[in-house]
Every structure is written in C-alpha cells, then in structure tokens.
Write a protein that binds this ligand. Structure first.
Ligand code: FRU
Length: 471
C-alpha cells in the first residue's frame, strides 16, 4: 500500500504537470520543460543514429537553482522523446547544479562534460569540470572532476565545450580572469580525463576583444566553411545604438584558429540574433556534415520571473534547430530542412491594398516576399508587430513588455529585404530574414492570434499551418 505521504507527493507532481500542460502558451513544436525552468541547451550530439538534446533544468521551481540535465532524443529533429534526466546534482562536486556542458562520442561511448557548481557556506563559488560516461546513451556514469580551477581565473569558470580531433581532446571554457574580463581558455588532453591549458582563444589586449564584458558564458569553437568561429555569450556589454539591447548577448567572432597556441585571430563581434530572447547557443555536426545550433529562447535576468507561463509552473523553451553556414564574413542561420515535415497544408496569398487578416491558429510557418520596396507590417495577434521601414532599411519588432506594460523594440538593419520566413508557435516567433542573413527571436504572449498584413498590393505570402505534435 502506498503511504499517505507518497500519495500526496505523487498528486502534487501530477497537479504541477497538468497545470503546465493545459497552459494556452504551451508550445507545440519547440522543446520545453514539462514543469519548472529550462535554460541552456547542453550536450548536443548525434550518437548511434539519434539526436540528443540535453538542457539545463530546474524541475522544482520556475527559478534558477541546482540544475539537472534533462534529456531528449529524436531521429528527425522534429519529434522528441523524453528520457530520465541524464545528470542529477547528487554529488559533493556538483551539489548546487550540474551546469552547462557538451558531449563527445569516444569510441562506442557517449561522454558528457559539464560544470559541477558548488556553493560554500558563505555563498562562495567553487567550480569543477566533470565527466560522465554512457554506453547506451540513456544512463550516465559519473567519473567526477577532470579539471580544477587553474590560476588566473575567478570561479566564474564553466560550460566546457569538448571535441576530439586527431586523438586530442580540446576543451574551451567560459571564464572570467582575475582582472574580471571575460575569457575563453583552451585545454587539451590525450585521454579526456586530465587536461592542460594551451592558451586563450582571444587574449587580453592582443586582439580586438581586449576587454569585452566581465564574463563569457557557453563558448563553442568550430570551423564552418573553412573559417574558424568562436561562439560565446558575453555578459556586461553596454547597449550601443541598435546593438546589445538585451540584458546579455550571444554572438561570435570569426577568423583563423591556431591549434598550437589556442589563439583565434579574428574580426569583430556579431550578435547571432536581433530579437528579444536568445542566449547560450551551442552547436554540433551531424551525419550530413551540417553544423546545427540550438539556443535558449530566454536571457538570464531578463523578465524571467514575470513571464506569463510562470503562474502555470513552467518557463522558457529552446529555439528550433538552425543550420549554420558561413559566407561573406557572416554566419547564416536557416531552420533545419526537417521542419518542413510540420507543414500540413499550404495557403498562398497575393496582398491587396486592403490588408489581410488570416486565422492561422497557434502553430504555423509563413514565407513573405515583398515584391516592392515599400512599407509593410505583419502582426502576430496582439503579441508582436513587425514593420519594414524602407527609408531607414530596418525591420522593427515591437511588443508590449509583460512586466512593465510598455512597448519595447528590437531592430535588424538590412540593406535589401528579399524574403522573410517565420515560425510562429503558441508563445514565440522566430524570423529568418533573407535566408538567414539575420534572425529575430521573441517570446510573445498574445490574447488573440489573428495574423495581419498591412501594406501595398502585390506582395506574396504563403502560409503553412502546422499539425499538432503530441508531447
Ligand atoms: C548560462 C549559464 C551557464 C551555466 C548555466 C547554469 O545561461 O549561466 O553559464 O552553466 O547557465 O544553469
């Protein structure tokens, strides 16, 4: 017989799941937590024919805390299956959270590298880079710390991204040096269990990013179409014109990486997304050689506590999988081809001067091609307004902030507006401009969902209502 206590706890868990599941803002085709808080994507990899996505998860509340690694798999990047959490913060070296990290396939095994976050009695921080190994991609055996905090850095030292190349393990870390500037140190190892420092990807004073924020989180270093790219999430950048409008940024520098020193000789920093919610992206390559990226559709400390879903016991989601390419000095992002599977139907419209109002439901994709260079706007219910300003050459996304009740804007500067592809889910939009030249991502919380066009006649709009996906 089940004890009264057990029954009560089970009922409580069931109520929490129900409350989240029946939320009108529950997403239809994005990865989201069953309850609690989701943040960074972790451990992205393809292993034994399956895509694995782990994410930072606090199952107990819609706040940051001692994170688990939630675990999902998919064979098509569209349908995701939930598994038991891969990492649970049970050991002394991770007691305040199994923080972000990455995955590597080593022989027949799947290795996870992550940060063991520990808080001391006086709230002082300790950090351990840890390893957990799996043979079946389901259960993970913890081996404990493989790297302690080296000299020269504060304990803000985390988020190992590890890869294996010519039998050498490389690890890049998000760090803050003792001068309190963000850094990305690199380490190498021959066995993946003991690491030595090689250098820093971008060294203080020697590159264009001398002091660029006080902390860099979630670095990722990889080559893309013969260029080497460091993706990272710097903290502490000041807003600058239309740039750096969010509390924290996510972006990249590109150039040539010197494997012997760990240094990247790179150009300027570019943000990856011009919208409101985007942070801590990570990438991996799959069997087709594609470089795929997922990001967190959220930003630390940016109106997190008041997000409308919090009252139903869950908050945040991941972005869609995006394929990265590099050309003309910029990263392009395109939604993974597989997402076309979601298209149920196709409706084509040519705009008239009267405007257009479509009741497209809460999950759809659209393609919009302005045939002339004049002002137009799209409205996603009362969730967000998107306007093209042909004079200033800007795409402007406006929404009413759910906490302050005030209008807020994000701006993408674009010289020629050729094509806009958008994915609208129950509480988000992701807009891919000119085949991924720029992207704007936002959480939206509309009270009604009518999709409206205003502008001149003769523009082309195609709408693809999506099928409902079971969670
Ligand atoms: C980024 C981050 C990481 C850390 C994790 C904790 O959002 O702060 O640096 O590992 O989240 O959940």
């Amino acid at each position: 017989m089940m004890s009264a206590r057990e029954q009560e706890l089970r009922n409580q868990a069931e109520r929490a799941l129900q409350s989240a599941a029946t939320d009108d803002y529950r997403q239809h085709f994005h990865i989201q937590p069953p309850v609690g808080l989701l943040n960074d994507p972790n451990g992205l990899i393809e292993f034994q024919g399956e895509y694995h996505v782990f994410y930072q998860w606090n199952p107990f509340e819609t706040a940051h805390g001692a994170k688990f690694w939630a675990h999902m798999t998919s064979t098509d990047l569209v349908h995701w299956q939930w598994h038991e959490p891969a990492l649970v913060p049970s050991e002394w070296y991770e007691k305040n959270g199994c923080y972000s990290g990455s995955a590597v396939v080593v022989g027949d095994e799947l290795w996870l590298y992550y940060t063991g976050n520990v808080k001391g009695e006086n709230n002082e921080r300790f950090t351990y880079q840890c390893l957990a190994v799996s043979a079946d991609g389901r259960t993970f055996h913890k081996e404990g710390p493989v790297l302690n905090l080296p000299d020269g850095y504060t304990p803000h030292f985390r988020d190992p991204k590890v890869w294996l190349e010519d039998e050498t393990f490389y690890m890049v870390i998000g760090a803050q040096n003792e001068q309190e500037t963000g850094r990305a140190p690199v380490f190498t190892s021959t066995d993946g269990r003991s690491f030595e420092q090689l250098g820093e990807v971008s060294e203080s004073g020697t590159e264009s990013l001398g002091a660029f924020g006080y902390m860099w989180e979630c670095p990722d270093l990889f080559s893309l179409n013969d260029t080497d790219v460091l993706l990272f999430s710097p903290q502490g950048l000041e807003a600058d014109g239309t740039k750096y409008q969010n509390v924290f940024q996510a972006g990249y520098v590109a150039g040539t990486w010197d494997q012997t020193t760990g240094r990247l000789h790179h150009g300027a920093f570019h943000e990856l997304d011009e919208g409101f919610e985007f942070y801590a992206p990570q990438t991996f390559t799959d069997r087709y050689g594609r470089r795929l990226m997922f990001g967190w559709m959220g930003v630390p400390e940016q109106y997190e506590k008041s997000q409308p879903t919090v009252t139903n016991g869950w908050v945040h989601c991941l972005t869609l999988p995006r394929v990265l390419t590099y050309s003309g000095g910029r990263i392009y992002q395109q939604p993974a081809e597989e997402l076309k599977k979601l298209r149920q139907d196709q409706q084509h419209f040519v705009t008239t001067g009267e405007g257009l109002e479509i009741h497209a439901g809460s999950a759809y994709e659209f393609e919009f091609e302005p045939k002339q260079d004049s002002r137009w706007s799209l409205m996603f219910g009362d969730g967000a307004l998107l306007e093209w300003d042909p004079v200033k050459r800007r795409l402007i996304c406006t929404r009413t902030n759910w906490e302050t009740g005030e209008e807020e804007k994000r701006v993408a500067e674009i010289s020629t507006m050729e094509k806009l592809q958008g994915f609208v889910d129950a509480s988000s939009i992701e807009l891919f401009i000119n085949n991924g030249e720029k992207v704007m991502t936002a959480r939206i919380f509309p009270n009604h969902r009518a999709f409206r066009y205003e502008g001149k006649a003769g523009n082309q709009l195609t709408l693809y209502p999506f099928a409902a996906l079971d969670e």
